[in-house]
Design a binder for this molecule. Structure first.
Ligand SMILES: *Cc1c(COP(=O)(O)O)cnc(C)c1O
Length: 361
């Protein structure tokens, strides 16, 4: 894929940008540029252009508006101690994007084109990468169906774009999140789109999220659709349970049954926890085991993980069966150890022995 860069004629001033970077928030400010490429069935992918960030011009009958044919990714570029900038596991995001595309019948974008598009945007907007530990430039690649028409079938046109937003260290203000275990709503069923990172999954999750908020909780925990008994995920993050304490602890996560999203942070933590000398286990955990485990102290810590927050400790879990509290509401020791190790790799202060970091400039 050929890349053409036409720099914005009206970039945000460096002074203003640095002010934004002081307190970047998340998804609050967008960088000066975006990457866009278009696809149609007849001629395949166009060249990719990097140009000024701004509105897309779309026909109101573009299929994405009616039947929700959309997929996305979330990934981060981190500032390195030597002044370079590196992406964390961009190939993994590219592969997942291709799998999501296949499930939603959008065209496959080759892994190397996905990665070069993201790299080109990061290079162009390198001044937007914040420098403090935990901070990063969050990249949002996405693809939408753009064929004009209301027929229900796979679109013969698509648009791929990447936008970028500086992201604060989510964890700094951290206290443990409280979760609402939803018994009424489910996120994914076998044969559905649970393994695809698509907007539709999120649209379907918002009512449960709203219910969680009404119950005074920060996030929803999803159970399996059939028995409403097995723990799957939390909001848009995967879950981990620390069983036992100290160096004998087992770091446990629900296994990928076909309905869970294959989190790259989840996958990375399986390796990091092993590197730190813990036992790791993927399996099934029921809500009864959660309740009994925290009551007996056998489950000592719970955390959620995903690109945006990296790791977020989970405290109280509430459902119509009652409220179960883990720990004292502060991030657990092992949660913090894993989090600091992963962030250390991402920020280039801990050796990257798995070859996860891809230097961009
Ligand atoms: C993106 C996402 C995750 C986390 O995946 P990462 O690759 O770690 O960011 C987990 N669950 C859902 C439903 C997601 O959409």
């Amino acid at each position: 894929m050929k890349i053409t860069v036409s720099p914005s004629s009206n970039p945000i001033s460096p002074t203003q940008r640095d002010q934004y970077l002081e307190e970047p928030g998340f998804g609050k400010y967008f960088t000066d540029h975006m990457a866009v490429a278009e696809w149609n069935q007849a001629s395949g992918w166009s060249d990719l252009t990097i140009s000024a960030y701004g509105p897309l011009n779309l026909d109101p009958a573009a299929m994405v508006f009616h039947y929700g044919q959309e997929i996305f990714e979330g990934m981060k570029a981190y500032y390195q101690p030597d002044g370079s900038i590196a992406l964390f596991r961009p190939d993994a995001n590219a592969l997942r994007f291709a799998k999501s595309a296949a499930r939603i019948t959008l065209p496959e974008l080759p892994v190397e084109d996905f990665v070069s598009a993201v790299e080109a945007l990061v290079k162009q907007d390198a001044g937007w990468v914040p420098k403090k530990v935990g901070e990063s430039l969050y990249l949002r690649p996405f693809m939408i169906a753009t064929e004009v028409g209301l027929g229900v079938r796979p679109s013969n046109k698509a648009l791929f774009a990447v936008i970028a937003t500086p992201a604060a260290a989510y964890f700094n203000s951290a206290k443990a999140v409280t979760v609402w275990i939803s018994l009424e709503y489910v996120r994914a069923v076998l044969g559905g789109t649970g393994e695809a990172k698509c907007g539709g999954n999120y649209a379907a999750s918002l009512l449960a999220q709203q219910e969680a908020a009404k119950e005074g909780c920060d996030q929803v925990v999803w159970l399996d659709a059939k028995e409403r008994f097995w723990v799957e995920e939390m909001g848009g993050m995967n879950l981990y349970f620390v069983k036992g304490r100290g160096k004998d602890a087992t770091i446990f996560t629900p296994k990928l049954t076909g309905t869970l999203l294959h989190g790259i942070t989840r996958d990375s933590i399986l390796s990091v926890a092993k590197d730190l000398g813990y036992k790791v286990e993927e399996g099934m955990i029921s809500i009864d085991q959660w309740r009994d485990g925290v009551a007996s102290g056998d489950i000592s810590e719970i955390f959620a993980c995903g690109t945006a927050a990296v790791i977020a400790p989970v405290g109280s879990a509430k459902s119509k069966y009652g409220t179960w509290v883990t720990g004292d509401g502060n991030p657990g020791q092992i949660t913090m150890e894993i989090r600091n190790h992963l962030l250390g790799i991402q920020h280039g202060t801990i050796p990257d022995k798995h070859g996860w970091m891809k230097r961009v400039i």
